[in-house]
Design a protein around this ligand. Structure first.
Ligand SMILES: Cc1cc2nc3c(=O)[nH]c(=O)nc-3n(C[C@H](O)[C@H](O)[C@H](O)COP(=O)(O)O)c2cc1C
Length: 294
């Protein structure tokens, strides 16, 4: 384990540790406008949603690491307190990175990166037509976090209007990850896309009080086969139910006189693991309880 005092690292080294370990980060494609009405666009991955009531997004426009200058986005929001935050998807990620180039202030990244401007309803900055979700925001506050290179400027944005493309919804009117295909940024030049094989579900109903690791029987808790994730799934149930349906495969393992006890436990835990990988927690418990009398 490396234990580091952040003050002992250069800003560049520290930045790589931060962005390499706090990831993936969503990307905001931030649209602002300057005093002359020139549209500005830039991607920001120090970005997230922080409140639903009031609806609020935040992002940070950092001072440049090389020359400690500030960015056009910060200048524009300080001027007129308006932004449109557009989400970045698989289809537009390369264009979004092109918009990160430090073009002169009087050049619009909309044009350079090939994005189409859409008039907003409430604020002056344009929406990005190619992005499927666009948030019109008023800037509530800019909080300067420091004055040296790399210092963040936290920008709190109150959402005033949300525009959503029909294409991202499923038939139940929910935003479908496989349809919206959002992008995440990691360290260095790495990105990740959501959708397909990268998606999985964890159902942990709010209000369901799981038994927790401490109530797992020791033989399960200290298994060499079941992982922390497997144990967490087992520990998510409200009670350990009594065995209702003994598993035939486990009975065979238990009755097999050629197998040593440790091997029997291993095989039973492997079967339970398989059930868990299929999302079947009840079956996993049946398997484990069927082996109870080893
Ligand atoms: C995917 C991506 C994410 C970025 N995230 C940030 C960020 O969170 N904060 C930041 O200050 N710069 C970030 N940058 C760099 C800015 O986009 C870049 O400095 C840009 O030129 C700023 O434009 P502006 O001067 O028009 O605001 C990011 C760049 C990329 C490609």
């Amino acid at each position: 384990m490396r234990s580091i005092d952040p003050k002992k690292l250069s800003i560049a080294e520290l930045q790589q540790i931060l962005v390499g370990s706090i990831a993936p980060r969503p990307i905001a494609l931030v649209s602002t406008i300057d005093a002359k009405g020139i549209a500005n666009l830039a991607p920001y991955s120090f970005f997230n949603v922080f409140s639903s009531n009031p609806p609020l997004l935040i992002f940070s426009s950092n001072r440049r690491g090389n020359d400690n200058t500030t960015k056009d986005t910060l200048c524009n929001v300080s001027l007129n307190s308006e932004v449109v935050i557009n989400v970045v998807t698989v289809d537009i990620v390369r264009q979004a990175t092109l918009a990160s180039i430090n073009y002169p202030s009087d050049v619009s990244e909309f044009e350079k990166a090939g994005f189409t401007t859409l008039e907003s309803d409430i604020v002056k900055p344009f929406r990005v037509k190619e992005s499927p979700v666009q948030f019109e925001c008023k800037v509530r506050m800019v909080y300067h976090l420091g004055s040296g290179p790399g210092a963040g400027n936290l920008i709190l944005c109150d959402i005033k209007k949300i525009h959503l493309a029909e294409s991202i919804f499923n038939e139940k009117n929910q935003i479908e990850p496989d349809k919206i295909r959002l992008i995440g940024r990691l360290g260095r030049a790495f990105y990740t896309q959501t959708g397909g094989d990268s998606l999985f579900r964890i159902v942990q109903p709010v209000g369901q009080i799981g038994i927790g690791f401490d109530n797992l029987p020791d033989q399960i808790k200290y298994s060499h086969i079941l992982s922390g994730n497997d144990l967490a799934a087992l520990a998510s149930v409200e009670e350990i139910k009594t065995l209702s349906d003994p598993d035939e495969r486990v009975i065979r393992i238990v009755k097999d006189n050629h197998l040593k006890k440790a091997e029997k436990i291993k095989q039973i835990h492997q079967l339970a693991k398989e059930a868990l990988s299929n999302g079947n927690i009840a079956k996993a418990w049946d398997i484990l309880l069927s082996g109870n009398y080893i």
